[in-house]
Design a protein around this ligand. Structure first.
Ligand SMILES: N[C@@H](CCC(=O)N[C@@H](CS)C(=O)NCC(=O)O)C(=O)O
Length: 240
């Protein structure tokens, strides 16, 4: 069945999509939101921290990390690759595109998305006390990233609500999936990261993203993330 078919065939295909993930994983959250935006039903397989399942080890033997998308049993690993896979497989007029049609705009979104994962995610691990590093330097790294992203938002959105324009796109998904952790990291580290007065465009975008119908149910609560992060099991396995 073509994934963009309809009726019974569509239901059969939907059942064939599974995500090995975790409720707190920023990298997995972007996948849940992308599938929701595309209207693709999926089965969620929660990994237990510190006890990797056989399915995960078999599906992502190189990195052994979540998320992994299983499509008719075939594994796709690495969250950004999964997003692009989802965009390429589920194509039809009622399924919004994740990446822009224009190659240059696509390149720009991919550039910023990579920047976000390179700069924000590692700094958060330091601020959570899970990897070694200077916390003030990590906070500075986040602050520099926010300055760049504030500017990037103005250029990419062109006066619209999202980096992707009128709707959530690739960069919204990649950056937005870190938003739940911003507040949790602030609480854990005692360092304020997201100041509305300094980053007005970013904070307004963040509010819009978190309250979007495809996002609000999968964006974890701050206190739950703080509890998750500080639990001894996670400290023993410092990669969330
Ligand atoms: N670059 C990967 C990163 C995935 C990642 O770091 N996942 C974490 C959970 S958020 C994980 O599985 N950690 C377990 C480990 O490192 O052993 C992606 O984008 O999918």
């Amino acid at each position: 069945m073509a994934p963009n078919g309809s009726g019974e065939e569509e239901a059969a295909a939907a059942a064939a999509v599974r995500v090995i993930g975790g409720w707190a994983s920023h990298y997995a959250i972007r996948v849940y939101v992308a599938l929701k935006l595309k209207g693709v039903e999926y089965e969620f397989l929660q990994e237990v921290v510190g006890n990797k399942s056989e399915l995960l080890l078999q599906s992502n033997p190189v990195h052994k990390k979540i998320p992994v998308l299983l499509h008719h049993g075939k594994p796709v690993a690495e969250s950004m690759i999964i997003l692009q896979y989802i965009d390429e497989v589920w194509v039809s007029s009622n399924r919004p595109a994740i990446l822009p049609a224009d190659p240059y705009e696509r390149a720009v979104q991919r550039f910023w998305a990579q920047y976000v994962d390179d700069k924000i995610a590692p700094a958060f691990l330091v601020l959570r006390g899970l990897t070694n590093g200077d916390k003030d330097e990590a906070a500075e790294q986040v602050s520099t990233a926010l300055e760049h992203l504030e500017e990037a938002f103005v250029k990419c959105s062109q006066g619209k609500h999202y980096f992707g324009g009128d709707r959530i796109g690739f960069l919204d998904l990649v950056l937005g999936s870190h938003l739940g952790w911003f507040k949790a990291v602030e609480k854990i580290s005692g360092i304020k990261l997201l100041e509305e007065a300094k980053y007005p465009e970013f904070t307004a975008w963040a509010d819009r993203f978190c309250t979007h119908h495809a996002v609000k149910d999968v964006m974890p609560e701050t206190d739950k993330l703080v509890e998750f992060s500080t639990s001894s099991a996670v400290k023993a396995k410092p990669t969330d």
